[in-house]
Design a protein around this ligand. Structure first.
Ligand code: GLC
Length: 749
């Protein structure tokens, strides 16, 4: 009997013990690092290999035996891409994957409001969750180095401080939903032409002061869980497996604990992928847009070839285990996070977020005679002209192309707002690109118009004669060689004879408004013949509503340019120094495939954007940080918390901003720092602080901006460290880089 009782007790104990012994890797209460240790100890070599490369166009394997789900990614930075077929780029034709298109990131940057980035990241994260995506392939933070750059619309402008400040809340918001960001394209992917073959040659100083900061901020402050390597090369190594940028800088200096994901088709070699920092290989043998080798997943560089390398003793599992630990960490942060919310798709809150971001990002560039906002008492007839008033912009542009539930177009938005008490007439004005399809998603628009250019212009001019307002909605679009991935623009001028149209209309009416839809600056030779100019970006589902909000004054514009609006291409350093698109290593390489290299030397160094125009006394059409309002503001009484600053200290600048006009509005106070005397050549001034403030008419507020030593330091190439030098500095405060109103000197001791 006694033995029987003992055995029963042992059985009961072992049962309860077993019941308690949830494996550590499945125990939410255990620290992630312990769970990783436990999980990796249980994995077979095959399982380890399967999780570090794709199994379909946009997914990689989980570990079914241990209960880890597959891992799903999707584009893109401003909306969740429609589901594609398992191994095709073409869309799967689902009926439940239409999304909200948020404003492209150039518009987000133009809000100069980090709160908008947080709302953006959270809303996008909710859409991603609902769609079953564990990682969004964005945001993009490559610096706008040339206004021809095909993907600048996906990025956050020319200034590293603005991009750094705006990217962090986006990453935090997105990841707060348990959806990983994948900050791209790391690094130096600043234009699209020959993007798989460009080897960027750039000084260490420009690399660290201009091109890396936004990625560094996303990692160190945003705590990004993933980074996407870029296609191009740096120091002759492809950026998806690059000893210097990935192992030394990202995983070494910045202590990045996440996953390096290849761009689609960015991995080229097993040995380099094993040793130079790649953790998840996607899209091999594709150009990232269309072609590809079908179902090649076992042949991926980090698949069978890697197993063979390990089994033959060429590699230990040292690098593999590091990759797997990072991927497991990503799993525990996403697919294995049982507290993740469910998310939701196309909710009113997402449309509101998209509209708010758009309302705050649209930039009023010019407003002669205060022609805007439209005076409803004067407006009996409004003529809208231009293809961009009726053309959907959410389809096309490359991998960021979307299938939206709705996209309100400019003409539509104006007509809805004005209803029947104002006639909103339309004239095509010009014909640009009448196509509307990408990867099987079609706009369904019938834009074909065979009329000649002169007939189109004549019609617009005729209709303009008896219109109270003429609103041209033009600019670029998402077609190849426009604002589109894979290529850059071939010209800085507006395409499709828009200049002739605008010139003709300017002769007909003084009440001419030009609305530019693009992610890049364009030449505006007719600028002084036009009343108002509005930069309306690619703002997605709510485009027509937000543009109407601003044109009618329902929203008081508060956007500021995130890049310099050059008068001509040669006012830009990259072009003035003839560096673009680069020099082929040998003449015969031009027609070659990926294996031939084109060296693109960033000869302008740190002098990108306003840093270049300041240095060379070039007057841009519109300056970095420029943006008007329907009200007016004053800035006064700049004071600082001390006359001197120590290296480990901080300094706070306070300025009083007052709304001296009659409408509620927002002003963005910008703080630039000038090093009066330094041992290296430094830009005239550099943005090191900004604050957007909303004020009622007559209201004033004190705005504080605090800097630390980082705001004064430059990257010293001789020591490979950041260095600030004792001496005098100026704090320059204004509301645009070309409108500094206050100045205050201080010392660094
Ligand atoms: C594309 C793009 C990248 C995108 C990826 C997947 O080529 O370069 O931004 O996320 O491939 O579509």
């Amino acid at each position: 009997m006694k033995h029987f009782i003992t055995i029963c007790m042992m059985v009961v104990c072992s049962m309860t013990a077993n019941a308690q012994q949830t494996p550590i890797y499945l125990d939410d209460a255990k620290p992630i690092e312990q769970r990783i240790d436990d999980a990796i100890a249980r994995m077979t070599l095959q399982e380890k290999i399967r999780v570090i490369h794709a199994q379909s166009k946009f997914s990689s394997a989980g570990i079914p035996r241990l209960g880890f789900p597959d891992f799903w990614t999707d584009d893109g930075p401003h909306g969740v891409r429609p589901d594609v077929l398992w191994d095709e780029w073409d869309q799967a034709g689902q009926t439940n994957d239409s999304c909200v298109a948020f404003p492209a990131l150039t518009c987000l940057a133009a809000t100069w409001n980090p709160d908008m980035s947080l709302i953006y990241g959270k809303s996008l994260g909710e859409e991603a969750l609902y769609r079953g995506k564990d990682m969004i392939l964005g945001p993009g933070v490559n610096i706008n180095r040339t206004p021809l750059g095909g993907r600048n619309f996906e990025y956050m402008g020319e200034d590293p401080y603005l991009a750094s400040t705006m990217v962090v809340p986006y990453v935090q918001g997105l990841q707060s939903m348990g959806v990983s960001a994948c900050v791209k394209h790391y690094c130096l992917n600043n234009d699209e032409e020959y993007r798989h073959q460009v080897n960027v040659v750039v000084s260490d100083r420009a690399l660290h002061e201009i091109y890396l900061p936004a990625f560094k901020a996303a990692v160190e402050q945003g705590k990004a869980w993933a980074i996407m390597g870029a296609y191009n090369l740096y120091k002759d190594e492809h950026n998806c497996h690059n000893q210097y940028t990935l192992n030394k800088i990202l995983k070494g200096d910045w202590a990045f604990d996440g996953v390096v994901v290849s761009d689609w088709g960015g991995c080229h070699d097993t040995d380099q992928a094993v040793k130079n920092g790649l953790d998840m290989e996607f899209g091999s043998w594709t150009n990232g847009l269309s072609a590809g080798t079908s179902n090649a997943y076992d042949n991926y560089f980090l698949a069978t070839p890697y197993i063979i390398g390990i089994q033959s003793g060429k590699y230990t599992t040292k690098e593999l285990d590091d990759k797997v630990r990072r991927v497991l960490r990503l799993f525990f942060r996403t697919t294995m996070n049982r507290n993740r919310p469910h998310g939701f798709l196309c909710s009113e809150s997402h449309y509101e977020a998209a509209r708010r971001i758009a309302d705050e990002g649209i930039v009023l560039l010019q407003n002669k005679g205060n022609i805007l906002p439209i005076d409803r008492n004067k407006a009996k007839r409004i003529l809208v002209v231009g293809e961009n008033a009726i053309k959907m912009m959410t389809v096309g542009g490359g991998s960021s192309s979307l299938k939206v539930q709705r996209e309100i177009l400019p003409l539509e938005g104006l007509r809805q707002r004005f209803g029947n008490d104002v006639v909103v007439d339309y004239a095509r004005g010009y014909v640009g690109d009448v196509s509307g399809e990408y990867n099987g998603v079609t706009t369904g628009q019938k834009l074909k118009d065979n009329r000649s250019e002169s007939k189109l212009i004549a019609e617009a001019v005729e209709k303009a004669k008896n219109a109270d307002y003429v609103i041209v909605v033009g600019g670029l679009n998402k077609s190849d060689y426009q604002d589109c991935e894979g290529h850059d623009r071939k010209q800085y001028e507006l395409p499709y004879a828009q200049n002739r149209l605008i010139e003709a209309l300017a002769k007909t009416t003084k009440r001419l408004v030009y609305v530019n839809i693009s992610g890049n600056a364009v030449a505006m030779p007719w600028k002084d013949k036009v009343g108002a100019i509005v930069q309306a970006w690619f703002i997605g589902s709510e485009a027509g509503n937000a543009i109407t909000d601003v044109l009618t004054g329902d929203a008081n514009p508060s956007g500021k340019l995130p890049f310099t609006w050059y008068a001509s291409l040669n006012d830009c350093g990259a072009h003035a120094l003839n560096t673009y698109p680069g020099t082929w290593r040998s003449a015969k390489d031009k027609s070659a495939g990926f294996s031939k290299i084109i060296d693109e030397e960033y000869k302008e160094g740190v002098y990108v954007g306003y840093r270049w125009t300041d240095k060379n006394n070039i007057k841009p059409t519109f300056a970095f940080g420029h943006g008007l309002s329907y009200t007016t503001f004053s800035m006064s009484n700049l004071r600082q918390s001390a006359k001197e600053m120590t290296r480990d200290g901080k300094l706070t600048f306070t300025v009083t901003v007052k709304n001296t006009g009659s409408k509620r509005g927002a002003e963005t106070v910008q703080l630039y720092i000038k090093d009066i005397k330094s041992s290296v050549d430094r830009p005239v001034k550099e943005l090191k602080g900004f604050k957007k403030v909303w004020l009622e008419p007559g209201e004033q507020k004190d705005v504080d901006m605090t800097i630390d030593n980082n705001a004064l330091a430059y990257y010293d190439e001789t020591t490979g460290t950041w260095k600030s030098e004792d001496g005098e500095f100026d704090a320059l405060v204004g509301n645009a880089s070309d409108n500094i109103m206050l100045k205050s000197r201080f010392m660094l001791k």
